[in-house]
Design a protein around this ligand. Structure first.
Ligand code: MN
Length: 408
């Protein structure tokens, strides 16, 4: 549910007063409200006797009464506003299936916005499908592909083939070794090996699980289906923050494609792999609803034990601090960030040893310790310890928290 009163500024773009101009029949309108007022003027000026007939002609559709006619004008304005302003279109689509409340003071028409959202989402998908039908299309995930990239591009290639499109499941030759964390999962479950592509110049691509690819020419990219932030300037992007790209693909295609058990299983595995086996906050309630629709009988805990890599505590502390390490220059402060993954037992056994080690270092370290059994996070920074009763693996969120609490 999008609560308009609480976040008016962020939602300003939904309002019919917001400044996102568009053209209809060659005339430019600054806002939906401008369009509405000018259309209403035309309607009101029509002589009353013949008005009904002419009113129909004005909008070129069968409209029964003034009220629905007004609503249609607003709908058309909203539709064109979003169709012609991609940055807010993507923002609207990003709201997934949340219901949008009316706020007529702000001129926000929830149900019409929902209608526009669905229509334009389908339009982007149709653009991708139509362009794909005219050519052969190559589906690729990001470089160093993880399980989500590989399984999603494989499943998408199967869907497109069923729709009569010549689709190839592939990876590029360079930078395309499987991501280390997911190699075992991919090798155990992938049903078909990807084609390896060397020459990219004469081929058309659909990007999966990313929306920017500097190895390909822009004009060769038909579209992208992704769940990361939009950075690419690709024309047909469907970017929505689902738990995994696989789950997004399932949701987009479930009405036009009958997913078989194998495909459903791969979709579920993309969710597991991208959410630390359903542990991370990336797995939202809405994701869970869709995930449950897959109706599979998977033992997620077993899969986690088998495929989710925690740190190997036989290795030295120095070694483990480097396995998931990032250097940050945060507002001029140099920080070495290490992330450790474990279950409860290892946390209890080793955390104090790591703490001692880090407290003896001269450099500034930020240690983030995720316990995937109890789903807790322990943070060590400047000899201060902070504990979260959920998994928090985002360094920037943690730094923000430390600053807020004057612990930075
Ligand atoms: Mn992903």
């Amino acid at each position: 549910m999008i609560k308009i009163y609480k976040q008016v500024e962020k939602l300003e773009y939904l309002s019919n007063y917001s400044n996102y101009g568009f053209y209809i029949n060659g005339i430019y309108y600054e806002t939906v409200e401008h369009y509405y007022q000018s259309e209403i003027k035309i309607i009101n000026n029509v002589p009353s006797k013949r008005s009904a007939i002419i009113r129909k002609r004005v909008n070129n559709i069968e409209i029964k009464d003034i009220k629905s006619q007004k609503e249609y004008i607003i709908y058309k304005g909203i539709l064109e506003k979003f169709r012609q302003n991609k940055e807010i279109l993507y923002k609207l689509i990003e709201t997934r299936n949340q219901s949008i409340e009316n706020n007529l003071e702000k001129k926000i028409y929830g149900s019409l916005l929902q209608k526009v959202r669905l229509k334009l989402k389908k339009e982007i998908l149709n653009n991708i499908l139509t362009e794909s039908k005219n050519t052969e299309v190559y589906i690729i995930g990001h470089s160093t592909p993880d399980a989500d990239s590989i399984f999603s591009s494989y499943v998408l290639s199967r869907i497109l083939k069923k729709l009569g499109i010549k689709a190839h499941f592939c990876i590029l030759e360079n930078h395309y070794d499987y991501c280390f964390n997911d190699i075992k999962l991919i090798n155990d479950f992938l049903l078909e090996k990807p084609e390896i592509i060397t020459d990219v110049n004469d081929k058309k691509f659909i990007l999966v699980d990313h929306n920017d690819n500097n190895l390909l020419k822009h004009e060769n990219i038909i579209g992208a289906i992704d769940h990361h932030i939009i950075i690419g300037k690709i024309k047909n992007i469907l970017e929505i923050e689902y738990a995994s790209t696989g789950l997004l693909i399932y949701d987009l295609f479930k009405e036009m494609h009958k997913f078989d058990q194998k495909e459903k299983k791969l979709i579920a595995l993309t969710v597991l792999a991208d959410t630390d086996y359903l542990c991370s906050s990336r797995f939202t309630l809405e994701d869970k609803k869709i995930y449950d629709e897959l109706n599979l009988d998977l033992n997620e805990k077993e899969l986690q034990k088998k495929y989710f890599l925690i740190n190997d505590f036989n290795k030295t502390i120095e070694h483990n601090l480097k396995t998931n390490y990032k250097y940050y220059n945060y507002n001029g402060v140099e920080i070495k960030r290490a992330m450790i993954s474990s279950y409860r037992k290892e946390y209890e056994q080793y955390f104090d040893k790591y703490k001692q080690f880090i407290n003896m270092q001269n450099d500034l370290w930020l240690l983030i310790w995720c316990d995937y059994e109890t789903k807790r996070t322990k943070v060590l920074f400047k000899k201060q310890e902070v504990e979260f009763d959920y998994l928090l693996s985002s360094t920037s969120l943690i730094l923000k928290y430390l600053i807020e609490k004057n612990l930075f």
